[in-house]
Design a protein around this ligand. Structure first.
Ligand code: ACO
Length: 401
């Protein structure tokens, strides 16, 4: 038998980097992130400026196609999306099959995958035009699936969108329109939603985006790649943190609001509890998105006249963490998820839907990254390993084991 060291030597040089902490998987022209300085830019535009001056559809176009659209380009993009806004009625039967208690992320991932069956041509990427059609199709249909997922949770009848409305306004209506009631436009809620979606729209090679790229690299279609990305986002160490943050804040409130007790738990290495919404793989400084969201939380709650004790608990935790050597030494700052849930809650979105809202925001980023990967004709993603198992050994028959 070849001994294990010879075997290892024949595999050539393999670097090992668990969690890919220092491994670049691709070259990308989409998002620039400087974690030390707390800088985030989409296609060269600062996140602060985009959140203030652009709307979500413009940002989606920017991320996917590389430039801000002019008026005609934006109008055509929106028109093409509206043309695709219907979801096959049969899809409702799939949704019906899920129990009401199902987690919305599981439902959304399944529906996104099922969408391929109803739109088989969406896997065609043989031309830029075919790719564009798939992109527009998913930008149109995904918000319907998001709205259906929430309406199912709330026991509301399923509905379609209203083509006379703006992209985000339409999403808001699809989510909140009550049966037998006129939909009232809510500019504060729509603005807040727009901003949150922009802030979540891309974040270079995070877990879900890497998943979308790697699944897509096998030439699985866009929708299948997105469905895998949704599953990756679900985890509490990634997008699922926004739900986990709110549940943590509620637990602290129910426990008498003693933030110090939870700070101590977070620092105790024998306690699995972590301060959710704190820390980031790349940011070793303030997450610039968290700064914008914190201000937005203040504004939205103020404008809606909501006095939420959860916001005070969050601010208290942040203040304590920023002064605590454990958090300071490890450069653990609030991330994008720390304050977003407080806004979603103020907007009337159920806690279990928070990660779905993240997915809705991240959709253009996933699409942009998938498109870039396909246009650059990247090879199939296939990491190596360093084998640490048994060397060759003889088979032992069942009766001798
Ligand atoms: N609370 C307490 N301690 C923490 C936290 C936290 N939230 N985050 C990290 N630490 C500690 C770790 O225990 C570790 O301590 P040690 O050096 O004494 O062992 C040190 O800080 C480094 O942490 P790692 O887990 O090694 O850092 P990594 O880069 O692998 O993980 C992550 C980053 C997953 C975001 C982590 O900070 C975390 O679990 N945070 C809470 C969950 C969260 O908010 N996730 C959302 C991230 S943003 C996003 O995905 C959209």
């Amino acid at each position: 038998a070849i001994d294990i060291n010879t075997l290892r030597a024949t595999t050539g040089m393999v670097t090992i980097d668990p969690g890919y902490k220092n491994t670049g998987s691709c070259e990308s022209a989409i998002t620039f992130l400087d974690g030390e300085k707390g800088i985030l830019r989409y296609r060269g535009y600062s996140i602060e400026e985009l959140a203030e001056k652009a709307d979500f559809l413009e940002v989606a176009y920017l991320l996917i196609f590389g430039e801000l659209p002019n008026k005609e380009q934006l109008a055509k993009f929106h028109h093409d999306i509206k043309e695709e806004s219907q979801v096959d009625e049969e899809m409702k039967k799939i949704l019906d099959g899920f129990p009401k208690a199902a987690h919305p992320m599981g439902v959304l991932s399944s529906l996104t995958s099922a969408l391929v069956a109803f739109n088989p041509s969406s896997v065609d990427v043989s031309s830029e035009k075919a790719m564009y059609n798939s992109i527009v199709r998913i930008l149109a249909k995904f918000p319907v699936l998001v709205a259906w997922t929430m309406r199912k949770k709330k026991g509301l009848p399923l509905d379609y969108g209203d083509d006379t409305l703006g992209y985000v306004e339409n999403i808001h209506k699809m989510m909140f329109k009550r049966p037998n009631q006129e939909y009232k436009k809510d500019p504060i809620a729509i603005d807040a939603l727009d901003k949150l979606l922009i802030l979540h729209a891309d974040h270079e090679q995070n877990c879900s985006t890497s998943t979308v790229r790697i699944v897509g690299s096998s030439h699985a279609g866009l929708f299948a790649s997105l469905s895998a990305g949704i599953s990756a986002l679900w985890g509490p160490l990634h997008g699922g943190a926004n739900q986990a943050v709110l549940e943590m804040l509620e637990a602290i409130e129910a426990d008498g609001g003693d933030t110090k007790k939870y700070m101590a738990k977070a620092k105790d290495k024998d306690d699995p509890f972590r301060l959710m919404g704190f820390g980031h793989r790349v940011y070793k400084n303030f997450d610039p998105r968290a700064k914008i969201i914190k201000k937005a939380a203040d504004d939205v709650l103020g404008n809606l006249g909501i006095d939420d004790p959860i916001l005070d608990i969050a601010k208290g935790l942040e203040k304590e963490a920023l002064e605590d050597p454990y958090f300071v030494d490890r450069k653990l700052y609030p991330n994008v998820d720390f304050y977003s849930g407080i806004i979603y809650r103020a907007l009337g979105i159920p806690t279990e839907m928070f990660t779905v809202m993240f997915a809705l925001g991240r959709l253009p980023g996933w699409i942009a990254q998938w498109r870039e990967m396909r246009l650059r004709k990247e090879p199939i993603g296939r990491p190596r390993q360093i084998y640490i198992g048994e060397n060759l050994r003889p088979f032992v028959p069942l009766e001798k084991r």
